[in-house]
Write a protein that binds this ligand. Structure first.
Ligand SMILES: C[S@@+](CC[C@H](N)C(=O)[O-])C[C@H]1O[C@@H](n2cnc3c(N)ncnc32)[C@H](O)[C@@H]1O
Length: 321
């Protein structure tokens, strides 16, 4: 038998072996049996072939959605997977926190749609963002949903994934560097430290729309832990009061990092006690509050006796460099 015939024969044997695994019970349209660990109906797995998923009648091709973590702002901190997804994108829906340099990496012909707060505009309501993503996916487009930091950390990725799942639209997620890890790296301060901090907690200081911010202060006030507080600038006084009220020493160091990992990054040093009285003097950029003994600047002494001039400009107790 010639080689090409042998090859075809082998292929046919393989097909006979494998096709029944993918065929439905009645031998109808192919279906995909997901592994048990995937959970019933979970279609958000990286690598699930989209051709295997059911399509609504009338749709002849699927788009695909990729939620991409843009990291804290510096394009050099993107993953290779994120850069590839951007280069291949036909539609990019991006948040306001995503730096321009990152958007420049999208395919030149990609349609760019800002869904975040920009130039005085409010961000789109989440329901409209969900609908926009689905709309473009159903047009058969390769859609990138670009989010600041990591999509799975205070990024409302869960709502977008659930919505796409409910429509049977496959989605995959490419992680990004979350603000806490980016700010730790750029400031050179480890969030954990042997004998000082053995846990890191990511917490938001932002209530749901219109809701009061009321965390369990006693649970958060761990003297051997580090808190990374997202969306905390406006609530800084309440955070200081809550944590000192729950027993954390007023001398606990606080570092507020504004525009972390960007050329205009600014750092503001204070203590929990001072923050409880004055809040933080950070500007309008995205600001992360890092609280805990692990943040104590490398100079000797307690945060209250630190010579802040050694860290940069000193301004009435609010000290930034
Ligand atoms: C809606 S949350 C999004 C968090 C994002 N998904 C992440 O993983 O970093 C926005 C908050 O993240 C923090 N943040 C994001 N980027 C930052 C940056 N470059 N520097 C400091 N804080 C940042 C700020 O607290 C900001 O208010």
């Amino acid at each position: 038998m010639p080689n090409s015939a042998k090859w075809l024969d082998g292929l046919a044997a393989l097909a006979r072996l494998w096709l029944p695994r993918f065929a439905g019970a009645g031998g109808g349209a192919p279906t995909l049996t997901l592994p048990r660990w995937a959970g019933e109906g979970n279609r958000s797995l990286v690598g699930v072939p989209r051709q295997s998923l059911p399509r609504p009648a009338g749709e002849d091709r699927w788009g695909q959605v990729t939620l991409v973590g843009a990291g804290p702002g510096d394009p050099d901190l993107l993953t290779v997977a994120a850069v590839k997804a951007l280069a291949a994108a036909e539609v990019v829906l991006y948040d306001a926190l995503v730096g321009d340099g990152i958007l420049d990496l999208a395919h030149p012909k990609a349609e760019r749609i800002c869904v975040g707060k920009r130039s005085g505009r409010h961000s789109l309501p989440q329901g409209e963002i969900n609908a926009l993503i689905a709309f473009h996916a159903r047009r058969g487009k390769r859609v990138v949903r670009l989010k600041g930091g990591d999509p799975m950390v205070f990024g409302r990725a869960g709502e977008e994934i659930e919505h796409l799942d409910s429509l049977g639209i496959p989605v995959r997620v490419i992680p990004g560097i979350t603000a806490a890890l980016g700010c730790a790296a750029s400031t050179g301060l480890s969030l954990t430290k042997r004998g000082v901090s053995r846990a890191v907690t990511f917490v938001t200081a932002h209530g749901r729309d219109g809701e009061r911010f009321e965390p369990d202060w006693a649970r958060l006030a761990d003297p051997q832990g580090t808190l990374a507080i997202y969306m905390g600038r406006e609530q800084a006084r309440a955070v200081g009061q809550g944590l000192t009220g729950a027993g954390l020493p007023a001398t606990t160091p606080v570092l507020a990092v504004e525009n972390g990992c960007r050329p205009d990054e600014r750092r503001y040093w204070t203590t929990l006690g001072r923050m409880a009285e004055q809040g933080v003097a950070a500007g309008k950029g995205p600001t992360l509050l890092l609280v805990g003994e692990a943040l104590r600047p490398r100079q000797s002494g307690t945060a209250d006796t630190i010579d802040f001039r050694a860290l940069g400009d000193l301004a009435q107790g609010f000290d930034h460099d």
